[in-house]
Design a protein around this ligand. Structure first.
Ligand code: UTP
Ligand code: MG
Length: 665
């Protein structure tokens, strides 16, 4: 890879947290603002519900199971304050009857009887149940409320997830469409520099990461932070001293989290880079499978891949080591918090300054408190990935290697182009990469109706020259004039519509022949379609195929020979009915019969049209009015076949060297 090809070298993208990136996401969230607001509202409700559940437990314990010891109901010296009593209202005859049976146990005080909790085991179960009937009823009521809250929690969680995922999916959809559209508009130069695998990652997993960022970010900010704050508030309200004792562990938790993020950051980044590299390598392998198998590069390739894979494994292990310290550490701290609650809170229960219910609720709350912290590692990973993905997506979206299109001239109209009268190269220089000129000072012109051929050794720059005419690339110096105006003054659609390029290695899309020839749209009327197929000499091929025109081609037309592929490309050119034909003859060997078919089809195609033909077979050249002879990026001779032969120069020698060239005609 050349040093200037690593446009998106992942390793360079280090600063994963850039809030600016989040701000750039705003245009994508804006259309779904309502859904997001809904989602956030639901999250707040869910959090309140989550906070309510331990509180209901506390109520159940404190009110009905083990009520806190009431301080002495009156100032009379009586029962010591630290004892718990079951109070019984003697107005209820059933209760009074039970109390009557246990005269030695109950203390009667006016209309209320009290039995110490320590004496309760002396009652028969049936009597006990009778005395605690109200408590049981209250407990049942609270259990029912608990159940309702849990069901509500489920329903809210379900709705929240649906709303959020819906918004996330929509955003991902929009972002992917925009990215796809943008990539399609980029100049070819961009694709020379960026490997396919990397771009594929952009459109697939990077977008997926953004989606996860969106969903987990909302849940992190709104669910976890609100939950943490809520728990802290409730705990402080329940018993601020116990809350503060419990929070004593938090600095350790913070230290652990910071230590984790410091270590994890590098490792997560390395892993990310390696995954991208594996993707790139893999897609290149698939693309070049033919060459790999042909040149028996499998072992070599596997060795290189194994090295990459091993590095990935090592980084994976480092990540696991960090996680393996962090996760249990958080677990230990959670248990320490519980122990603190049991130790300090338990003591307060003993000296009656804390209810048992509150203690139980504290334990539940602290468990809830650590849950988001335990997920922190995962969230951290998502956030890091997503930030890096966002950065790379925006890097592509910000890439402006589009061919600059002209701005509207002052008159308000682009130059018109009804007929291509003349194309003129005016001292054109061109290179793909700095320092390696491909075309040097090329000047020639091509008038309407003319056929000009370009010949030259391999690598002379013929394909490059022909690619400049539809403005696949821009010259690095000099101008290309179309009807006397610089090509760059026209919007590229204007002239591309009027030309058809038959490429050296024609690219066929996976799809049917019909779709390839007629651009996917329904195509012309059947009679016209047949005419085009016949003119392009495709009848033979179409007749041989099982489904005729509707036969599916393998990906990039791999089931079609290169001769047939060129016939299909000619038919495609016919279908567009262009004014200018740019034909780059295939270099691969084509049998003489197919060659003849191509020759005929090409002649038909060029009739009445302007044509620039890159020819490898001199038989193609003879009909041209003019021949440009190229060598190392320069046009070194030009003239008709007869003139060039008479000159006995480069063309003459080229001609002599060609097998079966025969005597000059
Ligand atoms: P061409 O592809 O224009 O040569 O490459 P050609 O005359 O058509 O060759 P044949 O007959 O089809 O084989 C001209 C030079 O440009 C470089 C090539 O390495 C060659 O030296 N080149 C071509 C690039 O650097 N990048 C490209 O994408 C294409
Ligand atoms: Mg070529």
């Amino acid at each position: 890879m050349r040093p200037d090809q690593d446009y998106f070298e992942e390793t360079r993208l280090g600063k994963a947290y850039d809030l600016k990136l989040l701000r750039r996401l705003r245009p994508f969230t804006r259309p779904h603002r309502r859904l997001i607001v809904w989602s956030v509202g639901l999250v707040v409700l869910i959090t309140l519900l989550d906070l309510a559940l331990p509180y209901v437990t506390k109520l159940a314990i404190d009110r009905y199971i083990v009520p806190p010891a009431a301080s002495a109901p009156d100032s009379r010296p009586g029962p010591p304050p630290a004892e718990r009593y079951l109070s019984i209202d003697l107005a209820d005859p059933a209760a009074a009857a039970v109390v009557g049976k246990y005269a030695g146990v109950a203390r009667i005080d006016g209309n209320t009887a009290r039995i110490a909790f320590t004496d309760l085991p002396r009652l028969t179960p049936a009597d006990l149940a009778e005395l605690r009937r109200d408590d049981l009823a209250g407990l049942t009521g609270l259990a029912a409320i608990f159940l309702v809250l849990v069901i509500l929690d489920f329903l809210l969680n379900f709705s929240q997830a649906m709303v959020m995922e819906y918004a996330g999916q929509r955003m991902m959809h929009d972002l992917r469409m925009q990215l796809y559209g943008h990539i399609q508009d980029l100049a070819l130069e961009f694709f020379i520099r960026n490997p396919v695998g990397r771009l594929v990652t952009r459109v697939t997993s990077d977008i997926q990461n953004m989606y996860e960022l969106f969903t987990s970010f909302v849940s992190f900010i709104f669910k976890d932070l609100v939950l943490l704050a809520g728990i802290a508030a409730v705990m402080l309200a329940l018993n601020w001293k116990l809350a503060l004792v419990t929070f004593a562990v938090l600095p350790l938790v913070a230290a652990a989290s910071i230590g984790f993020s410091k270590h994890a950051r590098d490792i997560f980044r390395i892993l990310r880079v390696q995954v991208a590299e594996i993707n790139t390598r893999f897609s290149e392998t698939i693309g070049g499978m033919r060459a790999i198998q042909l040149f028996r590069q499998e072992a070599n390739n596997s060795r290189r891949f194994a090295a990459l894979n091993h590095e990935n494994y090592l980084a994976g292990m480092r990540q696991i080591r960090v996680l393996a310290v962090f996760l249990p550490l958080i677990e230990v701290l959670a248990v320490v918090s519980v122990a603190l609650i049991v130790w300090y809170g338990g003591g307060r229960v003993l000296d009656e300054t804390l209810s048992l219910g509150a203690l139980v609720a504290f334990v539940s709350y602290i468990r809830m408190f650590y849950r988001p912290l335990r997920d922190l590692a995962e969230k951290y990973n998502i956030l890091q990935n997503a930030m890096a993905s966002a950065e790379r997506i925006f890097l592509v979206l910000d890439t402006t290697t589009v061919l600059p299109q002209p701005s509207l001239p002052p008159g308000g109209r682009f130059p018109q182009l009804d007929r291509l009268e003349e194309i003129r190269f005016d001292n054109v220089d061109f290179r793909y990469v700095t320092g390696e000129p491909v075309l040097k000072q090329v000047s020639f012109n091509l008038r309407r109706g003319e056929t000009v051929a370009v010949v030259g050794a391999t690598g002379a720059g013929k394909t490059s020259l022909i690619s400049l005419i539809p403005r696949l690339y821009d010259p690095t110096a000099g101008r290309i004039l179309l009807n006397g105006r610089d090509l760059r003054e026209y919007p590229s659609a204007v002239f591309r519509d009027k030309m058809a390029l038959v490429m050296q290695e024609s690219f066929l899309f996976s799809g049917t022949i019909r779709e390839n020839v007629f651009d996917g749209a329904g195509g012309p009327a059947p009679a016209r379609a047949e005419e085009i197929i016949a003119a392009a000499n495709l009848n033979g091929l179409v007749g041989r195929l099982p489904h005729g025109l509707d036969t599916l081609l393998g990906e990039s037309g791999s089931l079609i020979s290169s001769g047939e592929r060129q016939l299909i490309a000619i038919a495609r050119a016919f279908a567009r009915n262009p004014q200018l034909i740019l034909f780059d003859e295939a270099t691969s060997y084509i049998d003489s019969q197919t060659e003849l078919l191509i020759q005929q089809a090409l002649e038909r195609l060029m009739r009445q049209r302007t044509a620039l033909v890159v020819a490898h077979r001199l038989s193609t050249v003879r009909n041209a009015q003019r021949i440009l002879v190229m060598n190392r990026g320069r046009v070194i001779e030009s003239g008709s076949h007869a003139e060039l032969m008479a000159r006995q120069g480069f063309y003459y020698r080229l001609h002599q060297a060609q097998p079966g060239a025969g005597p000059a005609q």
